[in-house]
Design a protein around this ligand. Structure first.
Ligand code: ARG
Length: 561
C-alpha cells in the first residue's frame, strides 16, 4: 500500500486540488512524535485563499481516518500518524505477494536506455580499476531493467588506436608464442611494458610503431592478423571475468567497428561546416563553448577516439532510437564526453541532450595507484581470489561445520568487493582496504549477506507457516522494519534518477540494521504461537527485500554462512 498516494488522494478530495501536486509536497517529519507524514498547508494557502492553520483544521475534520491512528494539526502542518499494525501487516502482505518483483513501479514504460560500461582495452589486463565502471554499469543495467526500461548493455571495447602499433612491434621483437597461448594478457603486458622502457632510450621505436599502426589502418594482412589474435585472446580472458561476476552485455562492439564506418560521418561534419584546419590536423573548434578544439583527423589522416565516439553515438541512435544514451566512464574523460556531445549538438542532432556521461572517482589500494604503462597492475582475478581466501578463513573460524565453504566464500568475497565499490556516491575516490571491505560487522556486503543468511536460518529452524495473522504485528521494531521495507521503491527511483546505485546500497544497509534490531529485541522463538507465525512472515519479507536489493547491485545471496 502506497500511503503517500493514499494521503494525497484524501487531501485532494477534501480540498479539490491536484493529487499529484500534493503527493510531491508531502514530507517525512524529522521526529517520530511528529507522525509518519506531514503536509505543509501553506503550499495551498494561495490557491484556496485561506490561512494555513485553517486549511489544516478543515482537512483534519473532513478526511477519512481509515488506516490512520491520528491526523493531527500542528500549526500550519497536518501530521499523519499511521495505524502501525495495519501498515506493518499491509506491507508484509505486499512484499510476500510480489516476491522478486517487490520494489518495482514500472516507471520505465519500456523506454530504451543504452548503458556503455566496462569497455576494457584489448591486450590490457582486467585490473581492479576497471571494476568501478563494470560494477556501476552492471548495477544501473539491472536497475533500469527492473523498473521496466528496456536497458541495453554495451561493451565498447578499446580495440583500436596507435597503441596497437606499439603492441604489434613489441610482440614482434620480444614476444613468445607459447607464453602468449598460456597467459595472453601477461605476455602482452610484458612486451608492452618493455616497449615503453626501450622507447625511452631509442625514440626511433615511436616511428616503427606508427608504421605498424598505419598498416593496420590500411588493412595489411600481417598487422591485421596479429591485431585479430590479440583481440580474440583478450576477449576470451575478459569473458572469464564477466562470467565470474555474473555480468552480461547485449552488444559487444569495438572502436575498430566504428573506425570502419566513420567516413560518412567525417564527410557530414565537413558538410556542416564544422571542420577547420589546425596545424595539419582537422578539428572542430569549440572555443565558443570554453572547450579546447576536438581533433577529428590527425595530421597523418588517422582518426582518434573522439571521431569513433561521435560515429558510435549516431550509429546507436539509428540502431536503438534510445531514450537515453549513457556512458559509465571515469571522470578523467569528462571533457572528452562534453566535446562529443557538443559536436553532436552542432551537427544538429537534437538527441545530443539525451546523451549522459556518468562519471566516477579513482580507485586506490591502501593508497597505491596503478598504471598499465609502468606495469603496476593489480589483476581483478587476483583480488577476487584473495577475497575468497580471506572470507574462507573467517568462515572456518565462525562456522567450521558449513558445507561448501569455498563456494560460499567466493560469493561472499566478490559480493563484498562489489558492495564496497557501490557503497559511496560514485564521484568519490575509493580507497580499498581489504580487511574493511570483508569485515562481517561493518557497513559491508558480508554484513548484509550475513543478515540475510541469519533470517533464512530462522525460517529453517521454525518452518514457514501457511496460515498467519499479520495484524498481530504491533511492536515498534516490527513497524520500523516494515517502514524500511516500504521505502524500497523510493530508493530505486532515486538511484535511477541520479545514476547512483549507492542509493540502493545505503538502503539495504539500513534494512539489515533495522532487521537486526528487530531480531535482537524481539524473541521470535519464545513468542506465543500465533504471534511467532506472523513474525516469521516478517522475517521472510525482510529476506526477500534484501535479496531483491542485492540483486540490483549485482550481488548474490547465500542461504548459510
Ligand atoms: N576503453 C576506454 C578506456 O578504457 C573506455 C571506453 C568508454 N566508452 C566509450 N564509448 N568511450 O578508457
Amino acid at each position: 500500500m502506497d500511503y503517500k498516494k493514499l494521503i494525497a488522494e484524501r487531501i485532494s478530495e477534501v480540498t479539490k486540488t491536484d493529487a499529484e501536486k500534493i503527493e510531491n509536497l508531502l514530507e517525512i517529519p524529522p521526529r517520530p512524535e511528529m507522525g509518519d507524514y506531514a503536509f505543509p498547508c501553506f503550499s495551498l494557502a494561495k490557491e484556496l485563499k485561506k490561512a494555513p492553520p485553517q486549511i489544516a483544521a478543515e482537512i483534519a475534520e473532513k478526511t477519512d481516518r481509515e488506516g490512520f491512528e491520528e491526523i493531527k494539526v500542528m500549526g500550519p502542518y497536518l501530521n499523519f500518524f499511521l495505524d502501525k499494525a495495519k501498515f506493518t501487516g499491509d506491507t508484509v502482505k505486499e512484499v510476500l505477494e510480489k516476491g522478486k518483483d517487490f520494489g518495482k513501479s514500472g516507471s520505465g514504460e519500456k523506454r530504451t536506455v543504452l548503458l556503455d560500461y566496462s569497455s576494457p582495452n584489448v591486450a590490457k589486463p582486467f585490473s581492479v580499476a576497471l571494476l568501478f565502471t563494470t560494477a556501476l554499469g552492471n548495477s544501473l543495467y539491472r536497475l533500469f531493467n527492473f523498473e521496466d526500461y528496456n536497458a541495453v548493455g554495451i561493451n565498447h571495447l578499446g580495440d583500436y588506436g596507435t597503441q596497437f602499433g606499439k603492441q604489434i612491434y613489441a610482440f614482434e621483437q620480444w614476444g613468445d608464442e607459447k607464453a602468449l597461448e598460456e597467459d595472453p594478457i601477461k605476455e602482452l603486458l610484458r612486451t608492452y611494458v618493455k616497449f615503453h622502457k626501450v622507447e625511452e632510450e631509442d625514440p626511433s621505436l615511436t616511428d616503427k610503431a606508427r608504421e605498424h599502426f598505419k598498416n593496420l589502418e590500411e588493412g595489411k594482412e600481417y598487422e591485421y592478423n596479429l591485431w585479430k589474435k590479440f583481440r580474440d585472446l583478450s576477449v576470451k580472458e575478459f569473458d572469464r571475468v564477466y562470467k565470474r561476476l555474473g555480468i552480461k552485455f547485449d552488444s559487444i562492439k569495438g572502436e575498430a567497428f566504428y573506425s570502419d564506418i566513420m567516413q560518412p560521418v567525417i564527410e557530414e561534419i565537413k558538410e556542416k561546416n564544422l571542420l577547420t584546419d589546425s596545424q595539419d590536423a582537422k578539428v572542430v573548434d569549440l572555443t565558443e563553448y570554453n572547450m579546447p578544439p576536438a581533433i577529428i583527423l590527425k595530421s597523418d589522416g588517422s582518426s582518434i577516439y573522439t571521431t569513433r565516439d561521435v560515429t558510435a553515438a549516431i550509429y546507436r541512435k539509428k540502431t536503438y532510437d534510445f531514450y537515453k544514451n549513457i556512458y559509465v566512464v571515469g571522470n578523467p574523460q569528462a571533457l572528452h564526453f562534453k566535446q562529443v556531445f557538443k559536436i553532436l549538438e552542432l551537427m544538429g542532432y537534437e538527441w545530443a541532450k539525451d546523451c549522459v556521461h556518468v562519471g566516477f572517482g579513482l580507485v586506490k589500494f591502501q593508497g597505491m595507484q596503478f598504471s598499465t604503462r609502468e606495469g603496476k597492475i593489480f589483476f581483478l582475478e587476483e583480488l577476487l581470489d584473495l577475497a575468497e581466501e580471506t572470507v574462507r578463513k573467517i568462515i572456518e573460524e565462525k562456522n567450521p561445520d558449513l558445507e561448501n565453504k569455498k563456494e560460499t566464500a567466493e560469493i561472499v568475497g566478490k559480493g563484498g568487493i562489489l558492495f564496497f565499490y557501490l557503497k559511496n556516491s560514485r564521484e568519490k575516490d575509493i580507497n580499498f582496504v581489504l580487511e574493511d571491505v570483508l569485515n562481517f560487522d561493518g557497513e559491508t556486503g558480508p554484513y548484509v549477506q550475513y543478515t540475510y543468511a541469519r533470517g533464512k536460518s530462522i525460517l529453517r529452524k521454525y518452518g514457514e507457516p501457511e496460515n498467519y495473522d499479520l495484524s498481530l504485528l504491533k511492536e515498534k521494531e516490527e513497524f520500523e522494519l516494515a517502514k524500511n521495507l516500504s521505502g524500497f521503491n523510493a530508493a530505486i527511483l532515486s538511484a535511477i534518477e541520479k545514476y547512483e546505485p549507492s542509493q540502493v546500497t545505503r538502503y539495504v544497509l539500513e534494512t539489515a540494521k533495522t532487521f537486526n534490531k528487530f531480531y535482537n529485541n524481539i524473541n521470535i522463538g519464545n513468542s506465543e504461537e500465533e504471534l511467532k507465525k506472523a513474525r516469521l512472515m516478517l522475517v521472510k519479507a525482510a529476506c526477500q527485500v534484501i535479496s531483491n536489493a542485492l540483486y540490483l547491485l549485482g550481488i548474490e545471496t547465500v542461504e548459510r554462512m
